[in-house]
Design a protein around this ligand. Structure first.
Ligand code: ZN
Length: 247
């Protein structure tokens, strides 16, 4: 089965539609979604509707899904992020909110685990980008591979197969790789709707669970269309501008 691994969509419908179109032409049967469906982008409920029409296998909650579906104050968020969360809260229907609120933080399917941020205390929303954070996440990994999001940076972190306490950890930016017996992996597909690795194209993964192949994909989409909507809604220009930079 080919599974589309998508995450950090952030209310960017044009990016999501481009990814779905690409996935369909490559024979994707179903999807795992790593959360942050909403936040920053101009089409939060449209993105939820679109996802609810797909064959979704796994679905975990992101920090923006969490804050946008609740009504508490927003300490710790910058003015741009707080503005977009408050706007998103007003756009979401009650059924959108209860859908987001009920998403689990972690899901397992056979050899695969899904989480938005880190398996080490998932509600703290840590960025897994360095070795200490990766080692902490690996301690909680009970399957061979975990797909995670949150950083918006595509990345594969491999834990080597030797059985001593200092198993090597390797960080790589792959286009495609095949799983090896004994190795374990933390794999981030990057962001559909707000990439931050310097490449503005939408980012996702096709995982073939028969051939054990993980393929990273980058897809062009109509960035200007999303930017125009954000500007018309009076969002902070920083968030519109960063889409074209992928940063
Ligand atoms: Zn995100």
């Amino acid at each position: 089965m080919k599974i589309g691994i998508i995450g950090d969509i952030h209310g960017n419908l044009s990016a999501l539609e481009a990814v779905i179109e690409d996935a369909e032409t490559h024979g994707v049967d179903s999807y795992d979604c790593l959360g942050d469906i909403v936040g920053y982008g101009p089409e939060p409920s449209q993105c939820i509707d679109q996802l609810q029409h797909l064959e979704i296998r796994g679905f975990v909650q992101g920090n923006f899904d969490h804050v946008s579906s609740e009504s508490f104050e927003l300490p710790g968020f910058g003015p741009g992020a707080a503005q977009t969360i408050e706007w998103t809260r007003r756009q979401l229907t009650e059924s959108n909110k209860s859908f987001l609120r009920e998403l689990p933080l972690v899901q397992n399917f056979g050899d695969i685990t899904l989480v938005h941020a880190s398996l080490d205390k998932p509600t703290i929303w840590e960025y897994v980008l360095d070795e200490p954070k990766a080692r902490n996440a690996f301690k909680h990994l009970t399957t061979q591979m975990c797909f995670y999001g949150h950083t918006h940076v595509p990345l594969t972190i491999t834990q080597s197969r030797e059985k001593n306490s200092r198993r090597k950890i390797i960080f790589e930016k792959y286009k495609e790789f095949i799983l090896e017996d004994g190795e374990r992996y933390l794999v981030n597909p990057g962001s559909v709707g707000q990439p931050r690795d310097g490449d503005p194209r939408a980012s996702y993964i096709i995982y073939d669970d028969c051939d054990q192949v993980v393929q990273f994909r980058r897809i062009d989409y109509d960035i200007e269309k999303t930017q125009k909507k954000m500007r018309a809604l009076g969002f902070f220009d920083f968030h519109a501008k960063r889409l074209e930079k992928g940063a």
